[in-house]
Design a protein around this ligand. Structure first.
Ligand code: SF4
Length: 346
């Protein structure tokens, strides 16, 4: 992580870093009960998260539903207001940007949504959906240039340019997601958050969309934050993976290191659930079945949030919060027993 000082100034930003998240927290007030006995609580959806995303890399962000991964993604894009902390884009603080500066930055940071059914306006043609950003940001000076660009984008995502006149209901789920990808690419972004882009699609289509996203990333030198609830989805598309549990990052490592040698018991449990194709290896493997559901984010466990479900928990885990610390090159782990446990990868 690069270091920043002062409210709006950057001390010596690392030029290889595109996005730097510094102590970011997002809290939501919630209330329950009746009109006469309201209980108010605060949900710590994102709890003091710091991480960096390097230019041209794909960072996977994995966690169960309710872990805060989508909220973190939205807070990075400034679509969700952070309670505290800062986000820097090329060393510039996003939180304090306004007006034209923020609009320009919005063009450079895009999102591909999870649900290709609800994320496209049913009254707009595919061409208009893709071209909207081109118009808003004045990226084409003539109608002919606009049409050429829309056709080029459709081809880039594997669709026929003649489909520009069709409406969303005339496309399959996979084709709609391709339109969502073309819409994100239309404004020539540097950074894209892929928010569970394949989880609503049939398994047979998922691999095609993942391979399209991987090809586009290398062709266009894009930087991705790839959000998923399933470690197997991000494995081949991520250079590094960050694992999130109940609002906190618990492990960050290169994709190879994370899968072959997990250091956090939660990562280990997620990895042990991934099936291995070789039946002999599969038969020998130890499975960790996580007990219970993730805790209530409005009332998280003390100490390590994971301790009520962790098979290795000690007394210290229930009272002391483990810090996210570097244990070897490129690896961060938040566990009191990191390096002591001999956990098996795949
Ligand atoms: Fe398990 Fe303790 Fe490590 Fe938390 S700190 S993951 S409870 S061993």
């Amino acid at each position: 992580m690069s270091s920043h000082s002062g409210q709006d100034t950057v001390a010596d930003p690392d030029p290889s870093v595109l996005i730097d998240v510094e102590n970011l927290s997002v809290e939501f007030p919630v209330s329950s009960g009746t009109l006469f006995s309201r209980n108010r609580a605060i949900i710590h959806a994102v709890d003091n998260v710091s991480l960096s995303i390097r230019k041209g890399e794909s960072l996977g962000l994995v966690g169960e539903s309710g872990s805060g991964k989508t909220t973190l993604g939205r807070a990075i894009l400034h679509l969700q207001k952070a309670t505290s902390g800062r986000v820097f884009f090329e060393g510039q603080p996003i939180n304090s940007m306004r007006g034209r500066e923020l609009r320009n930055l919005r063009r450079r940071m895009q999102i591909i949504f999870q649900d290709p059914y609800s994320s496209l306006d049913p009254r707009m043609s595919a061409g208009s959906i893709i071209g909207e950003g081109i118009t808003i940001h004045n990226l084409a000076s003539t109608r002919a240039e606009y049409n050429r660009r829309v056709a080029e984008l459709l081809e880039m995502v594997g669709l026929n340019p003649e489909m520009a006149r069709r409406f969303p209901h005339e496309f399959s789920g996979g084709q709609r997601q391709r339109i969502g990808i073309a819409r994100a690419l239309a404004v020539e972004p540097d950074f894209i958050i892929c928010d569970e882009p394949v989880s609503a699609l049939d398994v047979s289509i998922q691999a095609q969309i993942l391979s399209l996203l991987a090809n586009l990333q290398s062709e266009l030198e894009l930087t991705y934050l790839f959000v998923a609830h399933d470690l197997s989805v991000v494995r081949h598309i991520s250079d590094r993976v960050a694992v999130m549990y109940l609002g906190r990052i618990v492990e960050v490592a290169t994709s190879v290191d994370l899968y072959s040698n997990p250091q956090h018991p939660y990562t280990y449990a997620l990895i042990s659930g991934i099936p291995v194709p070789d039946p002999r290896v599969e038969a020998r493997r130890q499975r960790v079945v996580l007990g219970g559901e993730p805790a209530n984010p409005a009332d998280p466990p003390t100490g390590c949030h994971f301790h009520p479900r962790c098979p290795f928990a000690t007394e210290q885990c229930a009272s002391e919060k483990p810090e996210l610390r570097q244990i070897d090159t490129g690896r961060l782990v938040s566990c009191h027993l990191a390096e002591e446990l001999m956990l098996e990868g795949v």
